[in-house]
Design a protein around this ligand. Structure first.
Ligand code: GAL
Length: 681
């Protein structure tokens, strides 16, 4: 197997481990204890300076990078590498005072204040100038430092401020629109602006979608989301370009979130050397488990299979939800090992040492205020020891999957706009429901952008494509014609890339592929409707129903009650050598499981082993060995038949084969020497 080249820092041995480190918050005497304890916990990588702009430039003309030099020297002396933040996510108070126009404005016209973070208009020229000066100076200062292995640009772009609505942003939006449409006629046509007397006669009339008396042009809203993602990306790019010039050998990342609906990760990931993500599952959220696996597969896929990094997570509780329940240590451990199983080569936490005060003083940490007698610390040390045992896994790759899930931010944005038959159909819900049975049945899943090349996959699953470009429709059709199986979720194919109806019956560009015609939608205001499948299985649908007429497709599941009783709920069309399935409702778990079982069988894909319920089986392939991760995720003891898998559990050193017992939240990482090639369906 050929491993493509990776910018992963070669100086980090094994799986990187550590967290956000804030020497600027502590006297230097504490740093000495920090590095001693970091070594004890096997910390190898820390993120430094995410919010240290004010500390390193206390006044416009005063710089102090001496503390950073001393901290980085100390870390280097102790063999700990630094992911150095450019620190531009929170400009100091002097900057905001000098440049009040740099503060973001919300859709109601309120200019936001300081005292928090991300108080930046992405289009602010003053911010651009100050960030440029800062990054130039910082990069030149630390270039060549032995601790520096990675750049961390900004922080969680689009978190607190996803979009700014000020006049400067409005002007920037206009130039973005000019580049996109060229002429006002083209824009008016694309936006369908004649509706509600909205035709634009002068570029200066174009405004961000500020608070208005009623619904705002959908295409304007969608373009503002595209623009805002791009405006933030330009901030990232500005810094990235400087860093690439001054420190060309140091890879750069920025931390995605969860994923975050605010920024189009596909566009961003193209610009990153390393994809990284902050993962804060809510212990009270029943979907948290599946969301984590989804995020892991997405991050690996955004990096096109390259190693990725969990940049932040909590060792126990966060402090920013209405109720903050700590995560169990065993759950944190097995989720982290699952991240490695899904391709992560680094696990970092927020944060190394709990803050001495401030907004996050009650957030959990690797080293809580109680020090080394705390549960947090014990968990941190134990995880560090586990990762040392897995060192040889670093650099191996998850083999390409045969199943691919299409994830699309544009459809996410457009689907959740107002003016639809129901506002209860949410992209995240659709995506997680669709992904869950694939995860449950042990299929490896790659994620792709709708316009990506799909050859190489056997099954393409599409939770929703409200917005479909001509190119995407062509790709999906060609994929099916060549023998692939396509499964598409409800309310898809409604609009084109400009948010215009393609004409004729829905689902527009997907009509021929799916062999169905949809005239109306029939949402379910409350409760569920019953469904029977062609194989006699019972399922339920909720929230949504497409009113489907069969054209060339056949029905494979029907509603058995409600006002659409007898109408198709799921259809299947034969397309060339392949098939295209459509689910016209939000299927419950039983329905999704049935659909995925049928589709995977039709596609001829099978899991590596028959996975007992509640177990993840994940594979990484190295040049000389295959690593099979077995992870129990329900908190119950289970037994896993290994079939022909045998080798050594790296976490215990014990030889395993036949059938293994996994305790609650138990993990094994089996090294099979000599196993090569395509390892996992
Ligand atoms: C993240 C952020 C960190 C820290 C963390 C707390 O969103 O990047 O700086 O605030 O949340 O959970």
């Amino acid at each position: 197997m050929t491993l493509d080249t990776t910018p992963w820092p070669g100086s980090i041995a094994g799986i990187a481990y550590g967290g956000d480190y804030t020497p600027e918050q502590w006297p230097e005497s504490v740093w000495v204890e920090d590095v001693r304890l970091m070594r004890e916990a096997h910390v190898s990588l820390v993120t430094v300076g995410v919010f240290a702009w004010a500390r390193s430039q206390p006044h416009p003309d005063t710089w102090d990078l001496g503390w950073l030099d001393r901290a980085m020297d100390l870390l280097a002396d102790n063999g700990i590498a630094v992911d150095l933040a450019t620190g531009t996510a929170s400009p100091p108070p002097w900057f905001s005072r000098r440049h009040p126009d740099s503060l973001p404005v919300d859709a109601r016209g309120t200019r936001l204040g300081i005292g928090s973070r991300q108080h930046i208009c992405p289009s602010s020229p003053a911010f651009a100038e100050a960030a440029t000066a800062r990054v130039e100076r910082l990069a030149a200062h630390v270039a060549g430092h032995p601790a520096l292995v990675m750049w961390h640009i900004g922080n969680e772009y689009g978190d607190h401020v996803t979009a700014c609505y000020c006049d400067v942003s409005a002007a920037h939006f206009r130039s973005w629109l000019r580049a996109r449409y060229g002429t006002l006629d083209a824009l008016n046509e694309a936006w369908c602006a004649s509706v509600w007397s909205g035709l634009y006669g002068d570029w200066e009339e174009l405004m961000p979608p500020r608070a208005a008396p009623g619904p705002i042009l959908p295409a304007l809203q969608l373009d503002y989301r595209r623009f805002s993602s791009d405006a933030l990306l330009a901030c990232f790019e500005r810094e990235r370009t400087i860093l690439a010039r001054i420190t060309p050998d140091i890879p750069a990342t920025t931390n995605f979130m969860r994923p975050n609906p605010g920024i189009d990760h596909w566009r961003w990931a193209l610009r990153e050397d390393i994809v990284s993500c902050d993962l804060y599952p809510d212990p009270l959220d029943p979907d948290a488990e599946v969301e984590m696996a989804f995020a892991h597969d997405l991050m690996r896929s955004l990096g096109r299979g390259r190693p990725w990094l969990v940049m932040e997570q909590a060792m126990a509780a966060v402090d920013w939800r209405p109720v903050n329940i700590p995560q169990e240590a065993a759950v944190v451990r097995r989720r982290n090992l699952a991240a490695v199983g899904r391709g992560a080569d680094g696990l970092l936490f927020f944060q190394w040492r709990g803050s001495p005060g401030g907004p996050e003083m009650l957030h959990s940490a690797m080293l809580p205020p109680g020090g080394t007698t705390t549960r947090g610390w014990t968990s941190a040390v134990a995880l560090g020891a586990d990762l040392r045992r897995l060192a040889e896994v670093a650099g191996s790759r998850c083999p390409p999957a045969q199943v691919c899930l299409l994830v699309d931010w544009e459809s996410w944005w457009a689907l959740e706009q107002e003016g639809h038959p129901s506002d209860a159909l949410r992209y995240r819900d659709l995506a997680l429901r669709t992904y869950r049975p694939l995860r449950d049945r042990g299929f490896a899943v790659d994620m792709r952008h709708p316009e990506d090349d799909l050859s190489g996959y056997r099954l393409v699953v599409v939770p929703n494509l409200f917005l479909v470009s001509v190119r995407t429709a062509e790709r999906l059709t060609a994929f099916a014609r060549d023998g692939g199986i396509v499964v598409i979720g409800p309310f898809s194919g409604v609009v084109d890339a400009q948010l215009r109806l393609p004409g004729g019956h829905h689902p527009g560009q997907l009509r021929d592929l799916l062999g169905i015609a949809i005239e109306e939608w029939w949402p379910i205001p409350n409760g569920r409707v019953s469904i029977a499948t062609s194989s006699g299985d019972a399922a339920q649908g909720a929230i949504w129903r497409d009113l489907i007429d069969l054209v060339s497709a056949e029905a494979v599941a029907w509603y058995t009650d409600g006002d659409l009783e007898g109408m198709p709920a799921i259809t299947r069309a034969r397309v060339g050598d392949g098939q295209a399935w459509y689910a016209g409702t939000l299927l419950d778990d039983a329905g999704m499981a049935w659909l995925i079982r049928e589709a995977t069988e039709a596609a001829g894909v099978a899991a590596l082993v028959t996975v007992p319920p509640g177990v993840d089986v994940l594979v990484r392939q190295g040049p000389d060995a295959r690593y099979v991760f077995l992870i129990e995720r329900t908190g119950a003891e289970t037994h896993v038949p290994l079939h022909d898998i045998r080798g050594t559990d790296l976490l215990t050193g014990v030889s395993v084969g036949g059938e293994v017992r996994l305790g609650p939240n138990g993990v094994m990482v089996i090294r099979e020497v000599g196993r090569r090639g395509s390892a996992h369906p």
